[in-house]
Design a protein around this ligand. Structure first.
Ligand SMILES: [Zn+2]
Length: 341
């Protein structure tokens, strides 16, 4: 591989912060800085530039960078079309505005796609060629790798599993305007809402007592469930079953070797994943059902930054990856042969 010595920069732009870091070809983070992402577009761009400049200090030999952004990326324009969590970024021609100033080849990628790529190259999916990644937070972000390639679709808007419908009738409202979306039933936000419902039914429970003081959040449920609280555990089991419904659809569609679950809500671990697996066993079809291993993601909050850095250059040629087409996957034939089919 020509990229063994190549260092690149990953920039993870989120709803509240910008994290930029230099990452080496084995996925090691060599430097990292943070800036807020709040403020008008000009402040956002200035903070990205500052973050890149600081992260790059002492690493002048970086080959390129990739900006991971929340929302739907239109590949052709390297711009974000729709971003519910960071509306200021919408419509900015990011590559045009930043690439010349930074002086490095630059690509732009959806944040969940970047995190999926990080897990595929260096995390829980590194021995797989087919990976479904979901990140459970305010919503559900998703990234799909098919035969070593990131699935983008015709415009860059593909792979949005969070907005596939899993409850067509009577489902809860979703941030996208539809109802019954996967993310309205299995995200951290959904866990909080289920927690609020359980608290109303069981006012004497720990959740009920907490709800008397303030609104229940997903983290509250995870924390109480961790202490063994049975009501909180039943809330996680409910969300876990919905997680399984959505993942069964993905398994039937993509036949992945690995399904990686990341994000804040993934801290619930087996309390969420075990009921999801039971639902998958009921709904996914053999042999895809038997192959897919549903596991917690392993890179944690750095997955977006690490994945973005790996999407800055084409790992097959070592040439800067300029966007617009899929990156060519690293050769992992020998690793793939370890997977029994
Ligand atoms: Zn939706």
């Amino acid at each position: 591989m020509t990229t063994e010595a190549g260092k690149t920069i990953g920039v993870d732009v989120g709803g509240t912060k910008i994290a930029a870091g230099v990452v080496d070809a084995s996925g090691r983070v060599l430097s990292k800085v943070r800036y807020p992402s709040a403020g008008p577009p000009e402040t956002l761009l200035a903070n990205v530039l500052r973050a890149v400049r600081e992260a790059r200090r002492g690493h002048e030999d970086v080959l390129g960078l990739c900006l991971s952004v929340p929302g739907t990326v239109v590949t052709e324009r390297s711009a974000v079309a729709f971003s519910p969590n960071l509306p200021t970024i919408e419509g900015i021609p990011l590559k045009e505005r930043l690439e010349g100033e930074i002086g490095l080849p630059m690509t732009v990628e959806n944040d969940a796609n970047a995190a999926a790529w990080g897990e595929f190259r260096f995390g829980v999916g590194r021995s797989a060629r087919h990976l479904v990644f979901v990140t459970l937070g305010t919503g559900i972000g998703a990234g799909i790798i098919v035969d070593g390639r990131l699935l983008r679709g015709a415009q860059g808007a593909g792979g949005e599993l969070g907005h596939t419908t899993v409850q067509a009738e009577g489902g809860p409202r979703c941030a996208c305007g539809n109802a019954g979306c996967f993310e309205a039933l299995a995200s951290g936000t959904a866990i909080g809402r289920f927690g609020g419902e359980a608290a109303a039914e069981r006012p004497e429970s720990a959740l009920g007592r907490l709800a008397a003081r303030r609104r229940i959040r997903g983290e509250d449920v995870t924390e109480l469930a961790g202490t063994g609280d049975p009501v909180a555990r039943s809330v996680l089991a409910r969300a876990g079953r919905w997680l399984g419904v959505g993942l069964a659809n993905a398994i039937n569609t993509f036949n992945p070797e690995v399904v990686a679950v990341g994000g804040g809500a993934a801290a619930s671990g087996e309390m969420l994943l075990a009921p999801a697996r039971e639902e998958i066993a009921r709904r996914a079809i053999s042999p895809a059902r038997d192959l897919a291993r549903v596991m917690a993601a392993t890179l944690g909050p750095d997955s977006g930054l690490i994945g973005a850095a790996a999407l800055a250059i084409d790992p097959a040629s070592g040439e800067p990856f300029l966007g617009g087409t899929e990156p060519v996957a690293p050769s992992c034939v020998s690793m793939a042969s370890n997977i029994s089919t």
